[in-house]
Design a protein around this ligand. Structure first.
Ligand code: SF4
Ligand code: SF4
Length: 124
């Protein structure tokens, strides 16, 4: 999905398969993904193994907003939100600590509705 405004990364955790492609492609190594495997019965003869996402972190202190992770994700799990609402809020209220620039699943998913709204606006 094309989105020229790259303010904040948004994650659809339900679409992420923990494939690690974004982690490997990111030029600044600012994405961290952890996952474990679980067996699931899917009606077949054998249970299948699925990856369960435990951790998805983006370090905005290192991110250069290049968009490679968004383009490389084969499962459409990463998007751009067009405004940096979360980051600006943190900047205004945070204590400037380095760890406040590291965003976890909840924060990245929080940007998803804004990313989807922006994509719909572009399409209309
Ligand atoms: S936008 Fe670029 S630097 Fe930032 S997390 Fe994605 S690949 Fe890494
Ligand atoms: S490339 Fe996409 S599916 Fe793979 S770990 Fe990254 S966000 Fe998840």
């Amino acid at each position: 999905m094309e989105n020229p405004l790259r303010a904040e990364l948004a994650l659809d955790a339900s679409a992420c398969t923990s494939c690690m492609i974004c982690v490997r492609e990111c030029p600044t190594w600012c994405i961290t993904v952890d996952a474990h495997q679980e067996e699931r019965e899917e009606g077949g003869r054998r249970p299948i193994k699925v990856n369960i996402l435990d951790k998805f972190e983006v370090d905005y202190g290192l991110c250069m907003f290049c968009g490679i992770c968004v383009d490389a994700c084969p499962h459409d799990a990463l998007f751009w939100a067009p405004d940096a609402e979360n980051v600006l809020k943190e900047g205004a209220s945070g204590n400037g600590a380095r760890q406040n620039l590291v965003y976890q699943i909840a924060g990245l998913e929080g940007a998803l509705p804004r990313a989807v709204r922006s994509a719909k606006k572009e399409q209309s």
